[in-house]
Design a protein around this ligand. Structure first.
Ligand SMILES: Cc1cc2nc3c(=O)[nH]c(=O)nc-3n(C[C@H](O)[C@H](O)[C@H](O)COP(=O)(O)OP(=O)(O)OC[C@H]3O[C@@H](n4cnc5c(N)ncnc54)[C@H](O)[C@@H]3O)c2cc1C
Length: 258
């Protein structure tokens, strides 16, 4: 499963550049999702890796932490990147920062990382995720060939969080509702389990709250998904800061069984 990590024995990857941009504009996409477009001279250092799940690690030096966010869109002409932040209340660092961000605010990050692009030769595409994965799923849907078939199971808090996502006509968007976010890890897994499993080679991209990813993994174990057709990992964990979530990857609770 695609989990950004490094360790002993793995080939050393070149250091990713530090990129300093400024917020150019902000947009409230839905009550819990804020879009920031960032650009400036530092854009020259941004190397698009072509992955639809490309992500950056935003630095918050005053807290001595980083937070991980998907690059929803790169505009090489305007020389900007677009990031969509879940605003999940007053808790945390990145969410409240994004909710209050204004044009001119600095944003510094390292990246991008990322590993996924939809395989146009797959017979069927299955996506699953919560609001934190909407940027990655939205980018992947846009990258699909026009004749692609599949389904995207998306869980958000309520109808007001539904976004208009561009997708091929053969890819159905199924929105599920549960509030607060991450409090029921079974919503997506039950939706996948309840639907007839498609014929043919299915490529899966499932990301979001960690426990919900474990539940999806358990369902997929009973389906015929080749390991190389599966991109599945936690993006956050209910009740954990990102620092704790990342640290728990080394503990049994933080691991999603293969
Ligand atoms: C590769 C990758 C890509 C990601 N892409 C995105 C993205 O594009 N957009 C995005 O919004 N997130 C994305 N995330 C998730 C994001 O990094 C986490 O949600 C992160 O914890 C947010 O940091 P914070 O400072 O706001 O909250 P933290 O300080 O980390 O956490 C504070 C509290 O808020 C809770 N919390 C954290 N995230 C959420 C949430 N989404 N909903 C409800 N409660 C939450 C925590 O459980 C904790 O209790 C991505 C994560 C990864 C690993």
């Amino acid at each position: 499963m695609s989990t950004p990590s490094s360790g002993a024995g793995r080939p050393q990857r070149p250091p990713r550049p530090v990129i300093e941009l400024t917020v150019q504009s902000t947009e409230q996409l839905s009550p819990h999702l804020v879009r920031l477009v960032a650009g400036g001279p530092g854009f020259s250092a941004f190397v698009d890796n072509g992955k639809t799940d490309k992500y950056v690690k935003i630095r918050f030096p005053e807290h001595d932490v980083t937070r991980t966010y998907t690059v929803r869109h790169v505009d090489g002409v305007a020389r900007t990147i677009t990031l969509d932040f879940v605003v999940h209340g007053d808790e945390g660092i990145a969410g409240p920062w994004a909710a209050n961000a204004k044009p001119g605010d600095p944003i510094t990050f390292v990246g991008p990382g990322g590993a996924f692009v939809p395989d146009p030769t797959a017979d069927v595409h299955l996506f699953a995720g919560d609001a934190s994965a909407l940027p990655a799923i939205g980018a992947a849907l846009e990258a699909l060939p026009a004749d692609a078939r599949g389904v995207a199971h998306l869980v958000v808090e309520d109808e007001s969080e539904v976004l208009e996502l561009a997708a091929p006509v053969g890819v159905e968007l199924r929105w599920h509702f549960h509030s607060p976010a991450g409090s029921n890890p079974d919503v997506l897994a039950e939706a996948i389990a309840a639907a007839p499993w498609p014929q043919g080679r299915v490529q899966v991209f499932a990301h979001g709250e960690r426990e919900s990813m474990k539940a999806i993994r358990a369902v997929l174990k009973e389906r015929d998904v080749a390991r190389e057709d599966l991109s599945l990992s936690g993006y956050w964990a209910h009740g954990r800061t990102e620092d704790r979530f990342q640290a728990e990857k080394k503990e049994p609770i933080g691991q999603i069984p293969d």
